[in-house]
Design a protein around this ligand. Structure first.
Ligand SMILES: [Zn+2]
Length: 256
């Protein structure tokens, strides 16, 4: 039975995601930006929260954690490397850990860069991945704790690990501004132009731009395409190493 997914806008531009398995009743929350919208979604759906997965320690991903845990008794899992900065973790996960959550197998993928211990989560049996603040729709997270080289390595790893058909949820609704930046860097990319139009229409109508897919990101996300000679040429860096192209893009976006 396919899962039922509820994408919940929180705070100014964050998302929490609920994944529910109707057969077992398993209900997984990925990140807890705040308590009230998640609790309201659980009530509306009639679901009981059983598990919480945390991608990284930033406050806009964990502020609702303790209240939701207290209300529901959900088991909380998150990055071992950030356990000292995330209150309420019941189980810590490291790169390569595989954990059973209800009917699903969850693979933990360490993606340093935005934070040092950031984990992405892949649920291969249902073709779903949660990329937190590492990979965004048409963008990537700011590099706060790791190096630009490490962040490129993290994105490159996601390209290797996640099949193109993977459905991806990330931590923020940044897609419209990401699209504007992507088009400015990669103006000759027709797939990107078409996607930017669709995204603008979705935001105009107040709809989320998530989920995305790995295939769409591979075709249109400049940060994932730092190793594509066409993109290197588009930004005036033909022949440069992918990590150097990535660093250039990230610095330009930081200054945008
Ligand atoms: Zn963050």
């Amino acid at each position: 039975m396919p899962p039922v997914i509820d994408l919940i806008p929180c705070l100014r531009d964050n998302y929490a995601v609920l994944v529910h398995d109707p057969a077992s009743g398993t209900t997984l929350l990925v990140d807890a930006p705040e308590e009230a919208p998640v609790a309201a979604a659980l009530r509306r759906r009639g679901w009981t929260l059983t598990h919480i997965l945390i991608t990284h320690h930033h406050h806009d991903h964990v502020t609702g954690l303790m209240a939701l845990k207290d209300e529901t008794g959900a088991l909380v899992l998150g990055p071992a490397e950030e356990a000292d900065r995330i209150a309420g973790l019941d189980r810590t996960l490291e790169d390569g850990d595989v954990v059973e959550i209800g009917p699903w197998t969850v693979d933990a993928i360490r993606t340093p860069g935005h934070t040092l211990g950031h984990l992405c989560y892949h649920l291969p049996s249902i073709g779903l991945a949660f990329t937190g603040d590492t990979l965004f729709a048409l963008g990537c997270g700011r590099v706060f704790e790791g190096t630009l080289d490490a962040m490129w390595g993290s994105l490159d790893r996601l390209k290797t690990v996640l099949p193109p058909e993977t459905i991806i949820y990330c931590g923020h609704e940044y897609t419209l501004s990401n699209a504007r930046f992507a088009v400015s860097m990669d103006p000759g990319n027709t797939a990107l132009q078409a996607r930017a139009t669709t995204i603008a229409a979705a935001r105009e109508a107040g709809r989320p731009t998530l989920p995305t897919t790995m295939a769409d990101e591979l075709a249109t996300n400049p940060f994932l395409r730092a190793d594509d000679p066409a993109l290197a040429t588009a930004v005036g860096m033909a022949g440069a190493a992918p990590a150097a192209v990535f660093a250039h893009l990230r610095r330009r976006k930081d200054a945008a």
